[in-house]
Design a protein around this ligand. Structure first.
Ligand code: NAD
Length: 256
């Protein structure tokens, strides 16, 4: 039986890299994201790996749209085996200048959507006695940095939710784990480099050297493929005892 994976925010960055890893292993994939060329991205992936894909641009700020995304996945592929809650946004600003609406949007997309999507997928996974939920948190789910109040709050919240879902899912062979990457070079980070440069009054090269990679012992961005490989390991049939934990891929950042 061909397994189905829904990866939120998979028409860009880390999500797309995870989609490539799952496509290589023959999964059917629901690609998702707000990128205007999402349909084309999904079609190209299908052709490259000879798999079935579909695309959705449901907005994760809305719980009903998230329900529709899960239903579309099940109606298209007949099942949902793996849910990768990956979509996320960032905003960098001192707290006294942090816009309330931006704080709420980050909490909605980076944290609340993980709850709504997992809740909507739950009944299908429970019926199938199989489910793998993988949340892309961040090293900011276990460590803080200044000027990232909303992001750090949301990513810590995701780690808490991951533990609860692991406990509730255990009787049904549903596992839930989080992956906590350090810096990965994606559009989200490119935007942050610009924002950080403004907040810290530094050039973009100085931001990369002095701020971003400063906390990582390994002075390299984390390769996207490594996150895909970790997700595949967590999604495996025989990974049912790996649950309720977080896996850091952070170049040694959290070792300090
Ligand atoms: P990205 O900006 O490249 O991709 C984000 C994806 O989320 C896009 O497909 C976008 O369309 C989608 N998205 C954003 N808002 C949405 C909304 N309202 N509804 C539906 N989809 C929406 O970002 P990325 O760097 O690949 O980040 C992916 C995940 O990895 C995020 O959760 C991020 O916090 C996390 N992460 C990234 C890094 C990094 O260094 N890039 C490090 C740690 C964790």
């Amino acid at each position: 039986m061909t397994k189905t994976a829904l990866i939120t925010g998979s028409t860009s960055g880390i999500g797309f890299g995870i989609a490539e890893s799952f496509a290589q292993k023959g999964y059917q994939i629901m690609l998702h994201g707000l990128e205007a060329n999402g349909k084309e991205i999904a079609q190209k992936l299908a052709q490259r790996f000879n798999i079935k894909t579909h695309f959705s641009n449901h907005n994760l700020t809305n719980a009903e749209d998230i329900d529709r995304l899960i239903e579309l996945t099940v109606n298209t592929f007949g099942r949902i085996d793996v849910l990768i809650n990956n979509a996320g946004i960032q905003h960098v600003s001192p707290i006294d200048e942090f816009p309330n609406a931006t704080y709420e949007k980050i909490i909605a997309i980076n944290m609340n959507a993980v709850f709504y999507a997992s809740k909507a997928a739950w009944k299908h996974m429970k019926n199938n006695k199989f489910g793998r939920i993988i949340n892309i948190s961040s090293v900011h789910g276990i460590r803080a940095s200044e000027f990232k109040s909303a992001y750090v709050t949301a990513k810590h919240g995701v780690i808490g939710l991951t533990k609860v879902l692991a406990l509730e899912g255990a009787p049904f062979n549903i596992t839930c784990n989080a992956i906590c990457p350090g810096y990965v070079k994606t559009p989200l980070v490119d935007n942050q480099i610009k924002d950080q440069a403004k907040s810290h009054h530094l050039s973009e090269t100085e931001v990369i050297e002095k701020i971003m990679l400063k906390k990582q012992a390994v002075k390299d961005f984390i390769p996207i493929q490594k996150i895909g490989e970790m997700a595949l390991l967590l999604a495996a049939d025989d990974a049912q005892t790996i649950t309720g934990t977080n896996f850091t891929l952070d170049g040694g950042w959290s070792a300090q």
